[in-house]
Design a binder for this molecule. Sequence first.
Ligand code: NAD
Length: 491
Amino acid sequence: QLPLKVPVQLPNGISYEQPTGLFINGDFVPSRQHKTFEVLNPSSEEEITHIYEAREDDVDIAVAAAKKAFDAGWSTTEPEERVRCLLKLAELIEEHAETLASIESLDNGKSLFCSRGDVALVSKYLRSCAGWADKIFGKVIDTGADHFSYTKREPLGVCGQIIPWNFPLLMWSWKVGPALATGNTVVLKPAEATPLSALYACQLVQQAGIPKGVVNIIPGFGKIVGERICTHPDVKKVAFTGSTATGRHIMKTCADSIKKVTLELGGKSPNIVFGDADLDKAVKNIAFGIFYNSGEVCCAGSRIYVQDTVYEEVLEKFKQYAESLKVGNPFEENVFQGAQTSQMQIDKILSYVDVGTSEGARVVSGGKRIGNKGYFVTPTIFADVTEDMKIVKEEIFGPVVTVSKFTTVDEVVAKANDSEYGLAAGIHTGDVNKAIDVSNRVKAGTVWINTYNNFHQNVPFGGFGQSGIGREMGAEALDNYTQTKAVRMSI
Ligand code: NAD
């Protein structure tokens, strides 16, 4: 039988005890059927450990624990207590930051540079949620002298949360933080590829004094655990981050019981460089926009449009910059891009490289797998693409970018908006009027001007079109975890 904790030695010398159980009702427990699954290190393709695999019956037990915790008082607890718990959790995340970042690099393959950024945002975001937890306001509505009318914002109940593998701990915090701040309880399923940091963080949930059953984390597979979360009658909301195809399926499943659904889905985000931009800065931003986190970013700026007057110059600078980025062992300090997260991902990326080449796009840089152990691939730039190519239309979810030319503002706005997605857009220009004009006209939930992939815990993030429903971070995230009750009293 698998022990509930196993020793793990990280490549940077840190050793720690990895929880392997499901986190239900405040404790780590084996799954009911005692099934386990293997967790792989994508940099070496070697096993890190096995962990317990949840099944439908485990979901039912976790939901019952979450419902009991909700009814037993978390939903009506003093807001100050929720503030205290979330602040303590943020502090503990900070104390354990280097271990958490290292676990993330081991499990996901991302560079320590990326993992450290993730973990820093996790604690900032949990603090931001703590700040909201005692500021959930309704309003008084003037309905005349003979009635008193007001609204309250109440929690929803048990929230099912399903997260992907590209930002395992960050997504954990984007889901758990606002749910807890507003008095909900959660049953969360991490991605099967990257469950380790979520389980480690449950120890910090225990230490923060968050009551038993408020947070339940159950690793397992989407088609089993994810499905049961979506069909369970006591789950009142499902919050999902992942692919648009799975999001669509989840929305249909949740329709049967009219569950509230928020979806953070895919993208194919345009990143525009005008001729009047600071080109060196723009090149750094477009590179960061696509190669950060090995390109496994839902809002990656994967379609670059460069004004014709500076096209060749930007392309040359971009090639040089991309080729200067160090790719390799995520634990080496100056490595920018680590491994892709899974065999499936690297196969998908390399198949898109073949597709782009056969579609007639020009490979300016990269396009190759690195080594024969670990899922490493070179940053890849395709130029001279046309809008109808698959590599321009479809989300690749890797360090692969297309570059094409435009002449006028109207032309580039039309191209930028020619996508079913609408998660983000980037604009690089020295002309503030142009920046605002184009930001008004692009269809995207986030527009970055002279920057990219630049997040702040108080700025909402989410998609237009098929990139999703609802917003994360900022005050908007809290709205998605409350429902309005209207009270009207006759005087
Ligand atoms: P996915 O959307 O299938 O998986 C995301 C999460 O959903 C995982 O926890 C998974 O277990 C769960 N899931 C899968 N099927 C489910 C179901 N039927 N019901 C409930 N939950 C379910 O993504 P993937 O298969 O891991 O990756 C496929 C592609 O999705 C990637 O290549 C990438 O293009 C895209 N992706 C996008 C994001 C994003 O943030 N936009 C994140 C991950 C993957």
